[in-house]
Design a protein around this ligand. Structure first.
Ligand SMILES: Nc1nc2c(ncn2[C@@H]2O[C@H](COP(=O)(O)OP(=O)(O)OP(=O)(O)O)[C@@H](O)[C@H]2O)c(=O)[nH]1
Ligand SMILES: [Mg+2]
Length: 209
């Protein structure tokens, strides 16, 4: 199937927070109680229709374990347009991990990336009070937070759809900026341009009549 836009989206988050499960739920509508730990990077893609355009979300499922993820960081970050940082609502450590992911993203200086946060495992009752920790970590910057359950499917589509719409909007905005730039700063013609010689007729023939 062809598509109008392709967006690269990375899924980050600590070990076992449910990154692979969220992707499985979104792309295949499946859930497994036992999921093999991700090593390196896995990929899945899903095509969705947003405002009459087909968007292909290319989802990069990363390993929660630093040892399995860090060797791949440069290829993971290259060309990334969207990022989901997942934490486990029942684990304070994984909520605090959000800070190191935000710092890592900052260190890689990806411009104009769309970031959303996902508090996963919302079906479980032993949840930690995540809001104050996230507020403390993100300071004044506000990121959309979706409380998801890969097990039940709660908010999973909503989160990826929100991301897709944001990515589309951001792309439209940067196209407008580029067009405005081209209008305001037109490229000057090269200075050493060779003008074609126009033959001049020094002895023009007189007309016959
Ligand atoms: N109750 C509940 N369990 C979940 C949910 N999402 C994932 N799990 C379980 O949590 C465990 C880890 O899920 P994964 O999807 O492998 O987590 P991951 O973040 O990909 O883990 P790594 O690849 O090791 O970093 C599995 O046993 C899942 O079944 C959820 O929404 N609710
Ligand atoms: Mg995984």
């Amino acid at each position: 199937m062809s598509f109008d836009h392709l967006f690269k989206v990375i899924i980050f988050g600590g070990g076992g927070v449910g990154k692979t499960s969220l992707i499985n739920r979104y792309v295949d509508n499946t859930f497994f109680a036992n999921v093999p730990q991700t090593v390196g990077v896995d990929f899945k893609a899903k095509d969705i229709s947003v405002t009459n355009e087909i968007i292909r979300l290319q989802l990069w499922d990363t390993a929660g374990q630093d040892d399995f993820r860090l060797p791949f960081t440069s290829s993971i970050y290259k060309g990334a347009q969207g990022i989901v940082i997942v934490f486990d609502l029942t684990s304070e450590d994984t909520i605090r991990d959000v800070q190191s992911f935000l710092k890592e993203i900052d260190d890689h200086c990806i411009e104009d990336v769309v970031i959303v946060l996902a508090g996963n495992k919302s079906d479980l009752s032993n949840q930690v009070e995540y809001k104050s920790i996230i507020d403390e970590i993100t300071k004044k910057k506000e990121y959309p937070i979706f409380l998801t359950s890969a097990l039940k499917g709660t908010n999973v589509e909503e989160m990826f759809e929100h991301l897709a719409k944001e990515l589309l909007e951001k792309q439209a905005q940067s196209n407008i900026t580029r067009q405005m730039d081209a209008i305001m700063n037109p490229t000057p013609p090269p200075e050493n341009i060779v003008k074609p010689e126009i033959p001049t007729n020094k002895n023009p023939k007189k007309g016959c009549c």
